[in-house]
Write a protein that binds this ligand. Structure first.
Ligand code: 0GY
Length: 290
């Protein structure tokens, strides 16, 4: 673990908000344990171990039934820890992998058999080195055959540059963490966020994770500056939003969130019971367990 790396919260509070039956935590990670599944040589950080047993115990404690586990950059394109967790989950977890250009059809098939449903492209420079457009298009052409989806992680300032590339992808495109808006601006004078909402509202390939207040907020807990941004997207595209904890919250620098308190924010983002059911059950089930 890096010296300044913050481990996950040791004892989160029990949420007061009860999630609907069958709720899915659609963004979380497993890390290691490093002794069994070593971190990748190309990684930009070394996290604390966050093994599958702890993830599944947190899932149960918070009231969720299922997880979507997203391959994080510290494991690079080595998906062994992810596959191990999927196989141990009793079909209660699906996965999003990271692959390199050398991945074989046999490897893709094995990932598919284990419960992988898509590939993540990480465009955040502090986490991963960007590939060429040809690389991304070649991967998309291959994963389309498996009926997979794409997960993209980028920050708001990159949206205009990346949109033409995204528009060439003919499959569902799931955007991590609201496209990481700059929430220090009032929402009604944030043209970057207006452009994001317009794009995802008009193009139904896009699905948006209304996640990561702890990372996006400039104010810190209880993350009031994040709420209007997330709610606007949840209201604009109620059938194409997902929610997740982001456990174990890699690379937090200022504080470590209490996962119970994150769950208690859900009714501020999806206000009605119908919106909550779509966000937590219907939308992730349609995307990952069909
Ligand atoms: C996240 C966010 C982060 C890390 C990763 O791939 C990763 O290493 O996703 C981050 O540092 O912003 O999605 O949990």
């Amino acid at each position: 673990m890096d010296p300044n790396y913050m481990p996950f919260h040791p004892n989160p509070s029990k949420p007061t908000f009860t999630v609907p039956a069958g709720a899915v935590d659609a963004h979380c990670h497993v890390f290691g344990p490093g002794e069994i599944f070593p971190y990748h040589p190309t990684r930009k950080y070394t996290p604390c171990d966050a093994p599958k047993e702890t993830l599944f115990a947190r899932r149960d404690f918070l009231g969720f039934e299922r997880n979507v586990i997203v391959q994080a950059s510290c494991h690079g394109p080595d998906n062994r820890a992810l596959v191990d967790a999927l196989k141990a989950s009793n079909d209660k977890a699906k996965g999003i992998a990271v692959v390199d250009g050398d991945v074989t059809d046999k490897e893709l098939h094995e990932l598919n058999e284990a419960g992988v449903k898509g590939v993540r492209f990480n465009f955040v420079p502090r986490l991963a080195d960007e590939e060429t457009p040809e690389f991304y298009r070649a991967i998309v052409a291959r994963i389309r055959k498996l009926d997979w989806q794409l997960v993209v992680y980028f920050e708001a300032s990159e949206l205009a540059r990346l949109t033409p590339l995204f528009k060439t992808f003919d499959l569902p495109i799931v955007v991590d963490h609201l496209g990481v808006p700059d929430v220090s601006k009032p929402m009604d004078s944030n043209p970057d966020f207006d452009a994001f909402v317009k794009l995802v509202s008009e193009d139904d390939r896009f699905v948006v994770k209304v996640t990561c207040p702890e990372r996006i907020s400039k104010q810190g807990p209880p993350y009031d500056d994040f709420v209007p941004y997330a709610r606007r997207v949840a209201e604009a595209i109620p059938d194409r939003v997902l929610w997740g904890t982001d456990w174990p919250h890699p690379n937090m620098r200022t504080h470590m969130p209490d996962d119970g308190k994150l769950v208690d924010m859900i009714p501020k983002i999806a206000v009605t019971a119908e919106q909550q059911r779509k966000l937590l059950v219907d939308n992730p089930m349609r995307l990952y367990w069909r």
